[in-house]
Design a protein around this ligand. Structure first.
Ligand code: FAD
Length: 393
């Protein structure tokens, strides 16, 4: 078998993106298509990315995976996509695919994996609830067995792109009488079933990426359960853990934002010259550059340890916290540098860079919450790395 050549793989990804990256509006973070036309474009683009083998390469060969796939590929792909600011596949198909491959039946894999690859099915993640976010195991949505079906009742929230999804990766409580993690099951939910109502939410960014999803006596075939009954916590933890490639891409984003910020400082005119002529602005930019450099080195070390199987308990919380805080600070400075124009909304022609910094700042809040909020990360650090007393929950 030929040795994996990281440089030639990177060149292939880069050349493909240079030639084919679609002219879709770039919005920072994990966002949903804004209308039917965008939805169709995102699906077509996502399908191409699977066809190229940039995604789904680690799947079993019978479902289109590449047996010669190398684990570095996913890091290179996410790095290059971030560099190009190219959209990644829309939806939670990748997350669901890990659950199906590792815990699903051959029948489920045969039905759902090809439809994820062809983008006939877009998936959403139906985990969080109004009173179960950080404390996810407290979820209250129930699935009660009734013959060949489970009857689902309850509510989910913050479900990205649920409004335009065909399938949902659902967690629901199947046993209320055991410790909370032990009574949860996972399902592949057909979003067109009667009794499911999806209501888009409008966020402060002005876009509708999140949704509320309500279930009223939804009759879900028992064959839609992924894995064994009450094994949902293990399945969810495993599939979330498999979504690891994004770490490196976040550092690329920081670097890009820093470069754009320096460019903005050079272009921003003040009464006494350009913003970059001001020594306090230059010092702030230099301090950001130092923090970006530290975050980059930390992320590289974290990824190398992961590859070698020598991860440390500090790795995830430290990387996540340093990214989320620095990303916020850079975005805030981008808004501040604009003076009054910083009050204009994203998309306004008079706003610097069409309001990119306003969108970055409003969305920066999301990065302090998703994938474990800053406070939860600090708890992890305190408890697991510093040996401080455990959080009460
Ligand atoms: C961009 C984005 C996309 C998302 N997409 C999805 C999706 O597709 N599907 C889905 O199911 N969910 C999704 N979520 C939801 C996400 O998983 C939850 O927001 C997250 O788990 C936090 O839960 P919460 O919002 O209910 O906040 P809460 O858990 O209620 O937290 C509120 C505040 O309390 C703090 N807090 C909570 N617990 C503690 C503690 N023990 N100690 C100290 N402070 C604490 C938190 O840090 C936070 O500041 C998404 C979130 C974001 C930001």
């Amino acid at each position: 078998m030929a040795e994996f050549n990281a440089d030639s793989f990177r060149s292939r990804v880069r050349a493909f993106l240079d030639e084919n990256a679609p002219d879709l509006p770039f919005r920072t973070g994990t966002r949903a298509p804004e209308n039917d036309e965008e939805d169709a474009q995102f699906r077509a683009w996502s399908r191409d990315l699977y066809a190229q083998g940039f995604y789904g390469a680690d799947w079993p060969q019978q479902y289109g995976g590449n047996p010669h796939h190398h684990s570095d590929e996913e890091f290179i792909v996410s790095d290059e996509f971030a560099r190009k600011r190219a959209p990644t596949p829309v939806g939670a198909g990748s997350l669901a695919s890990h659950a199906l491959i590792n815990f699903g039946t051959p029948e489920q894999c045969g039905i759902y994996l090809p439809a994820i690859r062809s983008y006939e099915h877009v998936w959403c993640q139906l985990f969080s609830e109004p009173d179960a976010g950080s404390d996810l195991a407290s979820m209250r949505t129930t699935a009660v067995r009734d013959g060949d079906v489970y009857v689902v009742n309850g509510q989910k929230v913050w479900s990205t792109n649920a409004y335009r999804s065909d399938m949902g990766y659902l967690l629901a409580r199947t046993d209320p009488n055991v410790v909370k993690q032990a009574g949860i099951s996972a399902f592949a939910l057909d979003m067109s079933l009667p009794g499911i109502e999806t209501r888009p939410l409008r966020e402060m960014t002005g876009t509708s990426d999140f949704n509320e999803v309500f279930f009223s006596d939804v009759r879900v075939p028992a064959s839609a359960m992924i894995g064994a009954e009450n094994d949902g916590w293990r399945i969810a933890t495993d599939s979330l853990g498999a979504e690891r490639a994004g770490v490196g891409a976040l550092v690329v984003r920081l670097r890009q934002n820093l470069d754009a910020l320096i460019d903005l400082a050079r272009r921003s005119q003040r009464s006494n010259g350009r913003a970059s002529d001001d020594p306090t602005v230059r010092q702030t930019l230099a301090a950001f550059a130092a923090r970006v450099q530290i975050a980059t080195l930390m992320s590289q070390a974290t990824m190398e340890r992961r590859q070698r199987g020598t991860s440390r308990v500090m790795d995830v919380p430290v990387s996540k916290l340093s990214f989320a805080n620095l990303n916020w600070d850079i975005a805030e400075y981008g808004v501040m540098l604009q003076g009054m124009r910083g009050t204009l909304a994203h998309g306004e022609s008079e706003a610097a860079d069409h309001g990119r910094w306003q969108d970055e700042l409003l969305y920066a809040k999301a990065y302090t919450i998703s994938g474990g909020s800053n406070q939860v990360m600090q708890n992890m650090l305190g408890e697991r790395a510093l040996g401080l007393p455990r959080d009460g929950k």
